[in-house]
Write a protein that binds this ligand. Structure first.
Ligand SMILES: O=C(CO)[C@H](O)[C@H](O)COP(=O)(O)O
Length: 221
């Protein structure tokens, strides 16, 4: 029976838009068909408040130099995934991953545009591997930047080596760039401006999913 190796996950980036009410905006995105809510935020209080309103997967990307300091508060707050940066965790990633898992979250690792893909390989092998790689397609920090197409080489290389891995891309993703990312092998798509800036966010979410789904390779069992 054919099953897909990985699934499409469309994750609106909840800080890329100017809105006052995180909870109602999150609800709106889920009603439009979003799979995950992406949070570039490390405030346990905000995550906990959001968690009171939604059961959705909260995909947290920690752009900090000291990720270990945030594991406990985000775990208690109800974060679902905790993605830290490889650039700041070369020496203690095993400890970080163990801590993340012990708090019931799914570990992921992110890399900035200037970081070679080879740097994440050790984190995908051996004991306590990460379960997702986030390939940044812009410099981390803020929404509305231009997608860097060269990053697709990293995605392609990673997909060839790890056919069943969740590979996330973040930055400049929308109708004009999704086909390139999907063809390279990305399956988790973070999108801010393209979703929040469109009068029909549901249409954009659906378009992103269709593009990814078309490229997913089935596995036969
Ligand atoms: O802050 C971010 C990355 O650090 C945003 O998550 C990301 O860039 C998405 O925004 P956009 O889709 O507008 O590029």
């Amino acid at each position: 029976m054919p099953t897909t190796a990985v699934e499409a996950k469309i994750a609106p980036s909840m800080l890329s838009s100017d809105f006052a009410n995180l909870a109602s905006e999150a609800e709106r995105m889920i009603s439009f068909g979003a799979d995950w809510l992406h949070m570039d935020i490390m405030d346990g209080y905000v995550i906990a408040s959001l968690r009171k309103h939604t059961k959705a997967y909260l995909d947290c990307h920690l752009m900090v130099t000291n990720p270990l300091d945030y594991v406990d508060q985000l775990g208690k707050a109800g974060a679902s995934g905790f993605t830290f940066h490889v650039e700041v965790s070369k020496d203690n990633w095993q400890e970080i991953v163990k801590e993340i898992k012990s708090k019931g979250m799914r570990p992921g690792v992110a890399l900035k545009p200037g970081t070679p893909i080879e740097d994440v390989y050790p984190l995908l092998e051996g004991e306590n591997p990460v379960e997702m790689v986030l390939v940044m397609t812009v410099e981390p920090g803020f929404g509305g930047q231009k997608f860097i197409p060269d990053m697709m080489n990293k995605v392609r290389t990673l997909r060839e080596k790890y056919p069943k891995l969740d590979i996330e891309v973040d930055g400049g993703l929308g109708p004009s760039t999704i086909d390139e990312a999907a063809a390279a092998g990305a399956n988790c798509i973070v999108a801010g401006s393209s979703v929040f800036g469109d009068p029909e966010p549901g249409r954009v979410i659906s378009l992103l999913r269709t593009s990814v789904s078309k490229c997913l390779k089935p596995n036969f069992i």
